[in-house]
Design a protein around this ligand. Structure first.
Ligand SMILES: Cc1cc2nc3c(=O)[nH]c(=O)nc-3n(C[C@H](O)[C@H](O)[C@H](O)COP(=O)(O)OP(=O)(O)OC[C@H]3O[C@@H](n4cnc5c(N)ncnc54)[C@H](O)[C@@H]3O)c2cc1C
Length: 157
């Protein structure tokens, strides 16, 4: 981020709510686009958003309809769990965090939380769960690495 070779660094309009200041809107530039500079957090999104879009007329975008496409694009590194797939281009692994269980327990004490089953990406994202990252062997796994550089796909994507 903040490198004009890899980040468009768009300027926002002056924002009256922050005394007219101009913000920076980061956006990936070059192969991989945003996936080359983003925070590598992997999440499928919230079931209710997809279902709301489908209900508003976006045919084919309900959670149940998009879920197979998520699975096809994923190649989860780690112990296989329910609702995960291993054939796709988008590699994701559980984040290396210091004491994730302590953080989870602290979050769970605070309020509504997802089940601690830590599926690769829960359908309902309110609450506390372990994060996953688009990484391979501890390194960023951008869309360009996954789809352009990685060679033939083992799976159906
Ligand atoms: C700083 C930052 C952090 C983020 N963190 C996360 C995160 O942790 N987890 C997450 O899921 N998402 C995150 N995102 C969002 C995620 O990266 C984007 O939603 C995703 O990359 C969008 O993919 P896309 O293919 O739709 O578009 P983009 O990745 O934006 O790709 C568009 C590509 O087209 C190119 N382009 C644009 N205009 C032209 C043109 N006229 N001619 C030729 N090429 C052009 C761009 O340079 C870019 O390479 C983050 C984004 C940013 C910027």
């Amino acid at each position: 981020m903040h490198n004009p070779a890899t980040d468009w660094m768009f300027a926002t309009e002056p924002d009256p709510s922050i005394n007219g200041r101009v913000g920076m809107w980061n956006a990936g530039r070059g192969l991989g686009g945003g996936s080359a500079i983003n925070g590598m957090v992997y999440i499928r999104g919230d079931r209710h958003d997809y279902d709301d879009w489908a209900a508003a007329g976006c045919t084919g975008w309900s959670w149940d309809e998009v879920l197979p496409y998520f699975k096809r694009s994923e190649d989860w590194q780690g112990r296989r769990r329910r609702r995960t797939a291993r054939a796709g281009r988008c590699r994701s692994r559980r984040c290396h965090q210091a004491r994730p269980d302590r953080r989870l327990r602290a979050g769970l004490r605070r309020g509504p939380a997802c089940a601690r089953s830590t599926t690769i990406a829960p359908a309902d994202v309110d609450g506390v769960f372990v994060n996953y990252a688009t990484q391979r062997n501890g390194e960023r796994w951008s869309a360009a690495r996954g789809y352009l550089e990685a060679g033939p796909c083992r799976g159906r994507t």
